[in-house]
Design a protein around this ligand. Structure first.
Ligand code: ADP
Ligand code: ZN
Length: 528
């Protein structure tokens, strides 16, 4: 095994989990591999065929991805090819039947269309494994559901003794429940059930990507911000390596792409409204380093197997923390230092209703809401971002990382006892029946209809918080929510905020002499 690794790939050591997984496959066991992008999942299905001298079948969702992988395998002297869904390539097919490939890629559609005599012939010469890459596409609860993936279970019937290997970088276990084989299950179980896997070996790697720096800042869509962004990106693209900018709308993507091009930065665009041909072309030029920057929507998803992406910028809060982690994780695959910046604006947070509208059930709606709220929290976080991400993905015992904006020098702390006292008291005085806008408007001394109707202009606190902007107060509220001084309660996508037990204790102690100051780290919105 080590010889194969050295001979074909030039590496002298396996990375964590690779060897265990390969041994299990060689042993004939099904495997589920959940590991971060860039951790070396592909090697797990590329080594066994070389050891055994039998073909590995790899199901992969994207043509361009298969082409790149095939090219790089061929360069290493490995016999590889692919079968796309539309193209009828009899030559490749009949060569494949005789078992002459080490690795044969195909789309899920193609895999289901191939006649059973193809599989029987290939089986007679030997199939080493069947790998399903991007396996989360199987789950209706994943964010990339593809119905063709569901049909892959028919292959299980045809190839009962071939080990199936499902691979994904989608970490979370927090998706809604799904109904599979009479049992409620999570995404990971969904994959196992849908592929009819038999007692699989499950390898779950750490999701920590130590070479990535994480940061988030608030912004507002304006020409001056665009100019700033262009300057920043040109700084990154001056060195070798590329950048992806993820946008939440096609309009944003077009605008940014144009600004970058005007500044002489070679930029491409990728979104769902483009023809599949145009998308593939764009993807290919990016992979081949003909572009410095790719401006894209979520449509630019799977199979971005490019080692030298130095920076992933999010222009707008993404729809879930899972999506964010996967998209930002596309940089630094080569292990070199890379940067993940997220720019968010308050208006992004209102989009949750729009995302929830896609839900087909109450459970799904809750799941969407929860992962969106997690992304929102991440934006406004004042504590270590990596710790927050890893904890969200179920990793315990993580420490502050020293490699995010909040851990490194940018963090500033201040005694916010007075401001917290004002905000908590005001939320209490308003009776806990509101979101954040009402108490903040009261603090800022508004005389709006709603405030007069409720007699809130008579409150002694009315107008005491004029010195700060509404955004500033909201940022403080996010800190107090994160530290459990406030609690929120979401009703029909309307969010009520009230003072928690801890908040009440703080209010009580604040009126005594021996009050301990409430020192909080300021978020970017609170620093001018
Ligand atoms: P994934 O599929 O998990 O996103 P890849 O399989 O594309 O990750 O691997 C990411 C990078 O790591 C590739 O450039 C690959 O060649 C490299 N790599 C994989 N295994 C090893 C290893 N054992 N030693 C050194 N580099 C490795
Ligand atoms: Zn940190």
């Amino acid at each position: 095994m080590e010889l194969v690794l050295k001979k074909y790939f030039g590496y002298s050591q396996f990375r964590p989990y690779q060897k265990e997984i390969i041994l299990k496959i060689l042993d004939g066991q099904d495997c589920l591999v959940v590991m971060a992008t860039g951790s070396g999942k592909s090697l797990c299905y590329q080594v066994p065929p070389l050891v055994r001298g039998k073909t590995a079948i790899v199901i992969s969702p994207l043509l361009s991805l298969m082409q790149d992988q095939v090219m790089s395998l061929k360069q290493r002297g490995i016999k590889a090819d692919y079968l796309g869904s539309t193209q009828i390539n009899r030559a490749v097919q009949s060569e494949a039947e005789s078992g002459s490939f080490d690795v044969l890629y195909m789309t899920p559609e193609k895999a289901c269309l191939l006649p059973s005599r193809f599989w029987i012939k290939l089986l007679s010469v030997g199939i080493c494994l069947l790998a399903v890459d991007e396996a989360h596409c199987i789950s209706e609860w994943g964010h990339d559901f593809r119905k063709e993936y569901k049909q892959l279970y028919t292959l299980r019937g045809l190839l009962p003794s071939v080990p199936f290997v499902a691979l994904t970088a989608t970490a979370t276990e927090k998706y809604a429940l799904s109904f599979c084989q009479g049992l409620f299950s999570w995404v990971r179980n969904d994959i196992i059930c849908s592929l009819n896997m038999n007692d699989p070996y499950i390898a779950i790697g750490s999701f920590d990507r130590q070479n990535l720096f994480y940061g988030a800042k608030s912004f507002s869509r304006s020409q001056s911000f665009l100019d700033e962004l262009v300057t920043e990106v040109s700084k990154y693209s001056a060195n070798a390596g590329s950048t992806i900018i993820y946008c939440t709308t096609v309009k944003d993507a077009e605008q940014i792409c144009e600004s970058l091009r005007n500044a002489g930065i070679k930029s491409g665009i990728y979104h769902g409204q483009m023809s599949s041909k145009a998308r593939e072309e764009s993807h290919r030029s990016f992979i081949r380093d003909e572009l410095q920057v790719m401006v894209a929507t979520v449509a630019f998803g799977m199979g971005i197997d490019k080692p030298n992406i130095r920076c992933v910028i999010h222009y707008g809060c993404p729809k879930s923390l899972e999506t964010y982690y996967q998209e930002s994780g596309r940089c630094g695959r080569d292990g070199l230092t890379s940067i993940c910046w997220l720019y968010y604006s308050r208006s992004d947070f209102a989009k949750v209703d729009f995302y929830c509208a896609e839900a087909q059930s109450e459970n799904q709606r809750k799941a969407i809401m929860e992962s969106f709220r997690a992304a929102e929290k991440y934006c406004m976080l004042a504590a270590c971002r990596r710790k927050f991400l890893l904890q969200y993905f179920g990793e315990r015992n993580t420490n502050d990382c020293g490699n995010c904006d909040n851990c490194s020098g940018c963090k500033r702390e201040r005694d916010l006892s007075r401001e917290s006292f004002l905000l908590l008291s005001c939320i209490r005085s308003c009776g806990g029946r509101w979101g954040l806008n009402m108490p903040i408007d009261v603090l800022r001394g508004s005389h709006s209809r709603k405030i007069l109707d409720n007699n809130f202009d008579k409150l002694p606190l009315h107008g005491l918080g004029k010195d700060y902007s509404a955004t500033w107060w909201k940022a403080l509220a996010a800190l107090l929510l994160a530290d459990d001084y406030l609690k929120d309660n979401i009703q029909d996508s309307y969010r009520l905020v009230s003072v928690s037990l801890r908040g009440l204790q703080f209010l009580r102690s604040a009126s005594t002499v021996h009050q301990t100051p409430l020192v909080l780290a300021l978020t970017s919105e609170m620093i001018d």
